[in-house]
Design a protein around this ligand. Structure first.
Ligand SMILES: CC(C)(COP(=O)(O)OP(=O)(O)OC[C@H]1O[C@@H](n2cnc3c(N)ncnc32)[C@H](O)[C@@H]1OP(=O)(O)O)[C@@H](O)C(=O)NCCC(=O)NCCS
Length: 416
């Protein structure tokens, strides 16, 4: 078998990376004519690694430099692992493992305490220490007048305003940035990110639907939220059966959120609204006059995290309850997590955590992926304990549960 080399790519190799990514994900480059231009704008070449078989590029991985909001509003630098692909001719020869090793070394060199990703399959990344940290709900809404009732017309007295693409580019980023500070799991977007990923429309993504509509709500002259959606007109035996697909709804207060939901659920001719990625604490079911008109179709994993620097990560977030716990982070069954088990003590006073290496007896045992699942407060220690992923004294697991819980559910607005 030939020798495979893993190394950072050069600028000139980006088209080869694109070719590998398009092939492995089964995409049609002809349907996405701007793909290379988009990758040049977004994919950081110095963070892109590839595997070569001779001169042939056979595997890829890159990372965005993300600024991730954690519980309490602090921002933690995070390597956002992306475009992980291995050509089918070279699968199961250890290339993913080598690419992840290169990625994690790169994160460490950059002082990133965390790595995050979206997983194509659930069985791949746990062995590397990644755990599900954020979940989302897919919603299907039976829309129409009366779903969100208000005596005085628009709820909260705020009316939605439609924006052109240019206006959206000038308006939405500031609202999103303000929302980032309020919710764990969100990460900052650059203007290029907005341009290429959120505003520029890719014809193949429409699938017969409208271009994206951008609608903002303003209160006292200030922008308080926005919704982005597409529409598809349809009739069912002569009755309107159009569909609205909500791509992103971001609001800075409850009135703005209600007004935006009211807007997308009262579009004449469009009684079916689907929401592909709603926060698990989305208020829509509770805004609705009839709870059963908002159906949770499925709950699914979005952001997976891997805490690399335990002390830095756990000291960066805030905690809902004071307390102290000593835990052992086991290496688990992973042949890739080669460090010895480590022992830590987390002390929380007035919501501020200090995490330092510990000696002596530990109260609970967990592995890196499980600690990473706990990190943003979206996955409860009690449930992980029930699932056998945290062991130790019941009282200590209950304490861990209280300490790591957070009143705002984490949400990640977008897959990368
Ligand atoms: C998933 C993918 C990247 C794996 O690459 P690979 O080079 O074959 O993986 P490796 O040989 O390095 O395997 C590393 C470990 O992961 C395991 N693994 C690899 N693919 C897996 C899968 N799809 N499901 C479960 N385990 C998997 C291997 O068994 C191996 O485990 P072990 O070392 O504990 O025995 C590759 O199959 C691929 O490109 N798939 C299509 C694109 C994709 O899904 N990319 C991921 C985007 S998030």
């Amino acid at each position: 078998m030939s020798e495979l080399t893993v190394r950072p790519i050069t600028d000139a190799e980006l088209p080869l990376v694109m070719g590998c990514v398009m092939d492995v994900f089964g995409n049609d480059p002809a349907a996405d004519p701007q793909v290379l231009e988009r990758m040049r704008a977004l994919v950081p070449v110095p963070r892109t690694f590839a595997a070569f078989d001779g001169s042939a590029l056979v595997a890829t991985a890159s990372a965005y430099s993300l600024a991730l909001t954690v519980c309490g509003g602090a921002v933690v630098p995070t390597g956002g692992l992306t475009i992980v692909t291995v050509r089918p001719t070279h699968r199961r020869r250890g290339l993913l493992r080598r690419l992840i090793t290169a990625h994690l070394d790169d994160c460490r060199a950059r002082g990133e305490a965390l790595s995050g990703l979206y997983a194509s399959e659930g069985g791949i990344y746990g062995r590397f220490g990644y755990g599900v940290a954020v979940e989302s709900d897919e919603l299907a809404v039976v829309a129409g007048d009366g779903l969100i009732e208000s005596d005085a017309g628009p709820v909260g007295g705020v009316s939605p305003v439609g924006l052109s693409d240019d206006e959206a580019l000038a308006t939405l980023p500031a609202i999103y940035a303000a929302a980032c500070a309020q919710r764990p799991g969100m990460y900052a977007r650059s203007l290029d990110w907005w341009r290429w990923r959120r505003i520029a429309d890719r014809p193949f993504a429409r699938r017969g639907r409208s271009p994206r509509r951008h609608v903002v709500v303003r209160k006292a002259g200030a922008d308080r939220g926005y919704v982005v959606y597409r529409q598809q007109l349809a009739f069912d035996d002569g009755r309107p059966a159009g569909a609205v697909d909500v791509e992103e709804l971001v609001a800075l207060d409850a009135d703005a959120e209600a007004a935006l939901w009211q807007h997308v659920t009262t579009l004449d001719l469009f009684p079916r609204v689907s929401v592909a990625n709603a926060a698990v604490d989305c208020p829509l079911p509770w805004l609705a006059s009839d709870y059963r008109r908002v159906v949770r179709r499925r709950r699914f994993d979005t952001l997976w995290l891997r805490i690399d620097d335990v002390a830095a990560a756990l000291s960066a977030r805030r905690y809902a309850a004071d307390g102290a716990v000593t835990f052992v982070m086991e290496v688990g069954g992973s042949p890739h997590d080669v460090e010895p088990p480590s022992r830590w003590r987390l002390v929380v006073e007035d919501g501020v955590g200090t995490c330092v290496p510990a000696v002596g007896d530990a109260e609970v045992m967990l592995d890196r992926a499980t600690l990473s699942s706990l990190y943003l407060g979206g996955v409860r220690a009690a449930a992980l304990g029930q699932g056998g992923r945290i062991t130790g004294k019941a009282e200590a697991i209950a304490r861990l549960d209280r300490m790591f819980a957070w009143p705002v559910a984490p949400w990640c607005a977008e897959q990368f």
